[in-house]
Design a binder for this molecule. Structure first.
Ligand code: GLC
Ligand code: CA
Length: 535
């Protein structure tokens, strides 16, 4: 079955270009490297790729510090390579989603360089958030950057500029119409080059209100806003309700304009997905109202425990809230900002959860390497590159563990990723996780993903809503089973450490680990495992 438009129930594979495949032996992945591996990507059964930034950048924040949003950084290749990547992807019927970073530029962007050279109150400074110091010389407010340390940096004439992230990432002033005009130019530039959609970085951050107001717990807030800092969920949610610089109403005006721009490309079905981590969850649905964006990430699964009540709530809430605006949810278990799911909840659990979410309505996002069951890379502090590590003096280790390059094949590190020393070290223990090895092993995580995505396409895409069969509120109310039916498929996840019987009927299609037995007319689901049955 095919759903229309293409993005509605797509599976989207996130590629972190620096870590995917190095084509020219400098230790860093690049665009021609991705192009050369598109057959692999296609073989996974995904519909689209989302490329993390590859634009001109001093790379202080993995390329999310953009110095020229309409060009390719030489470390990744050039514009011709980008064009070729898009062409080759389309040839394989893979769509391409580019990452756009509207909250800030790099301090190396010509606008910021001009602002530094201009006077306070100038047009050049008006594109960013420049403010005078307080009378006692302190920064305009007490906000802490999401990467740690103050959100303000002082320039030569004494003014401070705002940066919610690194000091090399000055926030743009979206009250200034020049800013939107420039971004619309960037959107058109990439659409004209052939991209099919955008992932919008920090989509909820563009409008700042109350810039001169202090926050009662700026450090707590900064921690709460990080996916890689563990925190009690009630504590986190309470803090997330108090963010003064995210999710202001004004952001929606911007996306309404962008939506018109996307829709003006008739016949292209250009889509956009918002990175908007907002609280309460109902607020996320505002980003996907009919005249705004197409999808919004649901971050809950990136931090949720492997617990049936927690997962039931996350799934049910996401489906029902999105339904209020006629949208479908998105599901992501890993990304470049969070610990890899296999490390966070365990290897078998990660497979079980993946098979569980692949059955759900909406779009599934898979972070490259997740299909292999990769754990986080083990790094020494001397290897680390994430600005968070430096800005917190090592107190927060940062996100490099999820960004270690992919192991492709062979017996010795760096397992075919590069002929040189990779930018982050790959450990010898990844030998069993190589794509080559997993392709040869029918029981591998890679085969589970390939088989599941094929079955998803065959039986589930376009199959409508789910009916819960087992949860804390349905069926036998067992706390170890979660189960739903959708179309002709019944999905059962056993979250416990022992086998569990269930009433599911039909023929076994796939199981995430172990074997499903039958006993007294019931199915016996292995521990920490999910199975799909065809009725
Ligand atoms: C987003 C990106 C993250 C980046 C940050 C600042 O959260 O996913 O990698 O550091 O924005 O641009
Ligand atoms: Ca390279």
């Amino acid at each position: 079955m095919n759903s229309s438009p293409w993005w509605k129930e797509a599976t989207i594979y996130q590629i972190y270009p620096r870590s995917f495949f190095d084509s020219n032996g400098d230790g860093e992945g690049d665009l021609p490297g991705i192009t050369s591996k598109l057959d692999y990507v296609k073989s996974l059964g995904v519909d689209a790729i989302w490329l993390s930034p590859f634009y001109t950048s001093p790379n202080k924040d993995g390329g999310y510090d953009v110095a020229n949003p309409r060009d390719v950084d030489p470390r990744f290749g050039n514009l011709e390579d980008a064009r070729e990547l898009i062409t080759q992807a389309h040839r394989r019927n893979l769509r391409v989603i580019a990452d756009i970073v509207p909250n800030h530029f790099s301090d190396q962007h010509e606008w910021f360089q001009a602002a530094l050279k201009s006077k306070r109150g100038s047009k050049e400074r008006g594109r960013f958030h420049f403010y005078d110091a307080n009378e006692d010389g302190t920064p305009p407010n007490n906000w802490i950057s999401l990467f740690g340390g103050p959100s303000w940096t002082q320039v030569e004439d004494g003014q401070f500029y705002l940066h919610l992230f690194d000091s090399t990432q000055p926030d743009l002033n979206w009250e200034n119409p020049e800013v939107n005009a420039d971004f619309e130019k960037t959107l058109r530039f990439w659409i004209d080059l052939g991209v099919d959609g955008f992932r919008i970085d920090v989509a909820h951050g563009l409008i700042k209100e109350d810039v001169l107001t202090n926050h009662p717990d700026p450090q707590g807030l900064s921690n709460a806003l990080r996916l890689d800092v563990a925190m009690d969920s009630d504590e986190r949610n309470a803090l997330l309700l108090t963010v003064p610089y995210f999710d202001r109403q004004g952001v929606h005006e911007i996306y309404r304009k962008w939506r018109k721009l996307f829709d003006s490309y008739t016949g292209r079905e250009i889509m956009a997905v918002a990175e908007a981590w907002v609280h309460p969850p109902v607020n996320a649905t505002r980003y996907v109202r009919a005249d705004e964006l197409h999808q919004v990430f649901n971050f809950d699964l990136l931090t949720a425990e492997f617990d049936s009540d927690v997962l039931f709530d996350v799934v049910e809430r996401s489906i029902s809230l999105n339904a209020t605006v006629n949208a479908l949810p998105t599901w992501a278990l890993s990304n470049h900002d969070s610990p890899r799911v296999a490390s966070r909840i365990g290897d078998e659990q990660a497979r079980a959860l993946a098979l569980f979410v692949f059955g759900l309505p909406g779009s599934a996002y898979v972070f490259a390497g997740q299909e292999l069951g990769l754990p986080d890379g083990q790094l020494q502090d001397s290897d680390r590159q994430d600005p968070t590590f430096f800005r917190t003096n090592g107190a927060i280790k940062g996100r490099d563990g999820a960004r270690v390059p992919l192991p492709w094949g062979g017996d010795t590190k760096p397992f075919g990723f590069s002929t040189a020393k990779p930018w982050l070290p790959i450990s010898q223990s990844w030998k069993d996780f190589t794509i080559e090895n997993e392709l040869a092993d029918p029981k591998s995580s890679l085969h589970l993903y390939k088989n599941a995505l094929e079955l998803r396409k065959e039986f589930l895409v376009g199959a409508g809503g789910i009916t819960w069969l087992e949860s804390s509120q349905h069926g036998h109310k067992s706390d170890s089973l979660l189960s739903y039916s959708r179309g002709a498929i019944t999905v059962v996840m056993n979250l416990s450490d022992s086998t569990k019987e269930c009433d599911a009927e039909g023929k076994l299609l796939i199981v995430s680990g172990g074997t499903v037995d039958a006993r007294d007319g019931k199915k016996v689901i292995p521990a920490r495992s999910t199975a799909w049955f065809l009725t």
